[in-house]
Design a protein around this ligand. Structure first.
Ligand code: SF4
Length: 255
């Protein structure tokens, strides 16, 4: 092969390579534009919720199971137990504690040692035992032994943050709220639905953007998705059922 032929082949291959790259950029651009439009119109979220609903309708979480008793106090206590704790551990600890006491009065009469013994090995079980006892006493003293259904009042209880307060509202009272934990925060940002730094900011964005009909169920679906597929490190994008609606913002490593 002479030099001229080699140069011709090189130029041809370069042009083909460039065309391929341009085509790729154009396709990605079109898909991204479509996705942005879909997010603007809320279509993508409708589809995401429907797909995740179908995917996880058989799965439940410890707090969701507790919420079936329709008692906001039990939801509040379970939610406190669940912080930084695996779901199976929360489930078992809730059962053991609720076998001993199911109301603020009866639970306030348990000793710290009894509460610790019942909830071990949940994360931070020593601190949580003291918080639980204090919350029971506060509920008795300030709220006539009833859990308040107001987010401001819930946040005044020691150890109750925005996520817990919203879960009590949604799962305990079936009232509107947007509970955002690390899973919801991470997935909403990866999808490109929000662009926020902290879970609280995500909550405020979702309160603006997310249709109210999804407020109560959104947390449970995204938590299940975050635990099963969209894991913090190396999400399983290759088997993700909502891949086509995801911008995969910030995902550098996936399976
Ligand atoms: S495609 Fe990947 S990053 Fe996006 S939601 Fe699915 S698992 Fe998460």
């Amino acid at each position: 092969m002479d030099n001229q032929t080699k140069v011709d082949i090189y130029i041809d291959e370069t042009i083909i390579g460039l065309k391929y790259q341009l085509l790729k950029i154009w396709i990605i651009g079109v898909l991204s534009r479509n996705m942005v439009e879909e997010y603007k119109e809320g279509n993508a979220i409708d589809k995401i919720v429907r797909i995740l609903d179908e995917r996880y309708y058989l799965k439940s979480s410890a707090i969701k199971e507790v919420s079936e008793e329709k008692d906001p106090f039990l939801v509040l206590i379970s939610c406190l137990l669940s912080l930084r704790t695996k779901d199976e551990v929360t489930r078992e600890a809730s059962i053991r504690l609720f076998d001993l006491a199911k109301t603020p009065e009866t639970m306030s009469k348990l000793s710290i040692d009894q509460i610790q013994g019942a909830i071990y090995p949940v994360g931070f079980y020593k601190t949580k035992s003291e918080r639980i006892k204090q919350i029971c006493l506060d509920l008795i003293e300030k709220y006539d032994s009833k859990v308040p259904d107001d987010i401001g009042e819930l946040l005044e209880l020691k150890g109750v943050g925005r996520k817990t307060a919203n879960i009590v509202l949604t799962m305990g009272f079936n009232k509107l709220g947007v509970a955002v934990d690390t899973h919801v925060h991470r997935i909403c940002n990866r999808l490109g639905y929000v662009c926020t730094k902290k879970p609280d900011d995500t909550e405020f964005e979702l309160r603006k953007k997310l249709q109210k009909k999804y407020w109560i169920t959104f947390n449970n679906l995204l938590v299940l998705h975050g635990k099963n597929i969209c894991t913090p490190i190396s999400p399983k994008c290759s088997i993700c059922p909502i891949y086509q609606y995801c911008n995969r913002i910030g995902v550098t490593k996936s399976r």
